[in-house]
Design a binder for this molecule. Structure first.
Ligand SMILES: CCCCCCCCCCCCCCCC(=O)SCCNC(=O)CCNC(=O)[C@H](O)C(C)(C)COP(=O)(O)OP(=O)(O)OC[C@H]1O[C@@H](n2cnc3c(N)ncnc32)[C@H](O)[C@@H]1OP(=O)(O)O
Length: 379
C-alpha cells in the first residue's frame, strides 16, 4: 500500500478508532482509572481543549505558511495556501455554527438539537431526600459556585416577590444558605424539595433567561439535561484532528524530511539540556588548575541552571521557528488523548451523543478533504 494510501487510512480512521478504543477500555474495566484523571475545570480542558480551535488555527496556519512550497514554485505555493484557507474557512464556520451559535440570539446546532429533543436548563438543586442533588453540577466546587449564584439572584429579586411567593422565596434562600454555610445537606423535607426546586427554576428562568444554550445554562448555574446533547468535545477534537491531519498532507513530507535532515543538530540541543548537572560540572572543575571552593560552587550550582535555561530557549526557538510540525504533532496527540478520555467518560454523555458529535465533525471534514483529494494526492 503506498504511503499516500496509508496516510489516507490514518486520516479517515484515527478518530472513530480512538472513540472505539475508549469504549473497549471501559468494557474491559480500565475506564475508572482514566476517568479519575478527568478534570472539567483543569488547565488542559479549560485553556486548551475548550479553546482548541484557536490553538489548532494558530499552529496549523504557522505550519502551512512555514512549510509552503519551495520559493521557486510561487504560483503553486499560493494556490495551495488558497486551498488551505478555503478548507480552513469552511471548518471554522462549521465549528462556530455547531458549537458557538448560528446567529445573534440563536444557539449553536448542538444546543438546538438538544432543546428540540426535549432538553432544558434544570435547577434540580435538592433531591427527594432533601440533600443537594449530586447530579446537579457534578462536583462540589461547581455546586457551591452555582448555589452562590442562585442565592445572589434570589436575594437581588427578594422584593419583587408577591405575597404567595414570599414564603417559598425565604425557604429557598434559607435552604441554599444552609448548604453554602455548612456544605452539608439543608434541612429540606422531601415534600418541600420539589417545590423549592420548581421555585428556583422559575425564578432563574424569569430573571436570567432565556437559558436556551448550554453556555448560558452553565453560566447561570443550571444543569443542561433532558435532551439529546451531541458531545461538543467529541465534535471539537474530531474536527481539530481531521484538520491538522488533512493539512499535514500538504506539507508533511517536506516538514518531516527537513526534521530528519536536522536530527543530529536537534539531538545535540536536547542532550545539552542534561549536560549541565552539578556533578558533571564539579568534576570538570578539577583538572590541572583546581579552582577555589567558591569558584567551584559557582560553576556547579549557578552556571548549570543558566546554561540549561539558555539551551531550553534555543531548542524552543528552533522547534517553533524551524520545525513547527513537532508542535503540530504534539497538539494532535493531545486532541486524540482528550478524545479518548471523553469517550471513556461515559457519565458525561451517552454513546449516541458521542456518535452524533463525531459524525457532525467527521462528515463535513470528510467531504472537504475528499473534494480536494485529487489535489492533495499530487502534493
Ligand atoms: C493566511 C491567514 C490565515 C488565518 C490565520 C489564523 C490564525 C489564528 C486565528 C484564530 C481564529 C480562530 C477563532 C477561534 C477562537 C476560539 O477558539 S476562542 C474559544 C471560544 N470558545 C470557547 O470559549 C469555548 C466555549 N465552549 C465550547 O465551545 C464548548 O464547551 C465545547 C468546547 C465545544 C465543548 O462543548 P460541550 O457540549 O460543553 O462539551 P461536552 O462534550 O458536552 O462535555 C460535557 C462536559 O464534559 C466535560 N468533558 C468532556 N470531555 C472532557 C475531557 N476530555 N476532559 C475534561 N472534561 C471533559 C466538558 O468540560 C463538559 O463540561 P462543562 O465544562 O461544559 O460543564
Amino acid at each position: 500500500m503506498s504511503s499516500s494510501k496509508w496516510f489516507n487510512a490514518v486520516h479517515l480512521l484515527v478518530c472513530p478508532v480512538t472513540v472505539l478504543l475508549g469504549y473497549l477500555i471501559n468494557a474491559y474495566g480500565y475506564g475508572t482509572a482514566l476517568q479519575a484523571t478527568l478534570n472539567k475545570d483543569g488547565l488542559v480542558n479549560a485553556v486548551f481543549v475548550k479553546k482548541g480551535w484557536f490553538w489548532t488555527s494558530l499552529v496549523g496556519w504557522w505550519c502551512i505558511i512555514r512549510y509552503r512550497a519551495v520559493p521557486g514554485a510561487t504560483g503553486r505555493g499560493r494556490r495551495r495556501i488558497a486551498q488551505s484557507l478555503k478548507r480552513y474557512t469552511i471548518l471554522t464556520v462549521w465549528w462556530y455554527v455547531f458549537t458557538q451559535g448560528i446567529w445573534f440570539g440563536v444557539g449553536p446546532i448542538m444546543d438546538l438539537v438538544f432543546v428540540y429533543t426535549g432538553g432544558h436548563c434544570h435547577y434540580d438543586v435538592f433531591d427527594n431526600a432533601g440533600h443537594v442533588n449530586q447530579d446537579f453540577q457534578g462536583s462540589v466546587t461547581r455546586t457551591q459556585r452555582a448555589l452562590a449564584l442562585i442565592h445572589n439572584v434570589l436575594t437581588l429579586h427578594g422584593d419583587d416577590q408577591d405575597h404567595h411567593e414570599k414564603k417559598l422565596w425565604s425557604r429557598s434562600v434559607g435552604s441554599i444558605q444552609d448548604v453554602l454555610q455548612t456544605a452539608e445537606s439543608a434541612n429540606v423535607t422531601a415534600s418541600a424539595a420539589a417545590g423549592i426546586n420548581s421555585f428556583i427554576h422559575d425564578q432563574m428562568h424569569r430573571w436570567q433567561g432565556p437559558l436556551t444554550t448550554s453556555a448560558q445554562c452553565r453560566r447561570f448555574g443550571g444543569h443542561w439535561a433532558g435532551g439529546h446533547d451531541p458531545s461538543g468535545h467529541v465534535f471539537l477534537t474530531t474536527l481539530m484532528c481531521m484538520f491538522l491531519l488533512g493539512e499535514l498532507r500538504v506539507f508533511g513530507r517536506r516538514a518531516l524530511a527537513h526534521l530528519y535532515a536536522q536530527k543530529w543538530h536537534l539531538l545535540g540541543m536536547v542532550t545539552r539540556l542534561f549536560d549541565t548537572g552539578p556533578l558533571w560540572t564539579w568534576r570538570r572543575c578539577g583538572g590541572a588548575r583546581p579552582m577555589s571552593c567558591g569558584a567551584r560552587l559557582w560553576r556547579a550550582l549557578v552556571e548549570p541552571p543558566v546554561a540549561c535555561a539558555a539551551a531550553l530557549l534555543r531548542l524552543t526557538r528552533c522547534i517553533a521557528c524551524d520545525h513547527p510540525v513537532v508542535v503540530l504533532l504534539a497538539l494532535l496527540v493531545t486532541w486524540l488523548w482528550q478524545l479518548l478520555l471523553t469517550a471513556v467518560a461515559s457519565h458525561f454523555h451517552t454513546v449516541r451523543e458521542h456518535i452524533s458529535g463525531l459524525l457532525a465533525a467527521y462528515l463535513v471534514t470528510g467531504v472537504v478533504y475528499a473534494r480536494d483529494a485529487a489535489a492533495l494526492r499530487l502534493v
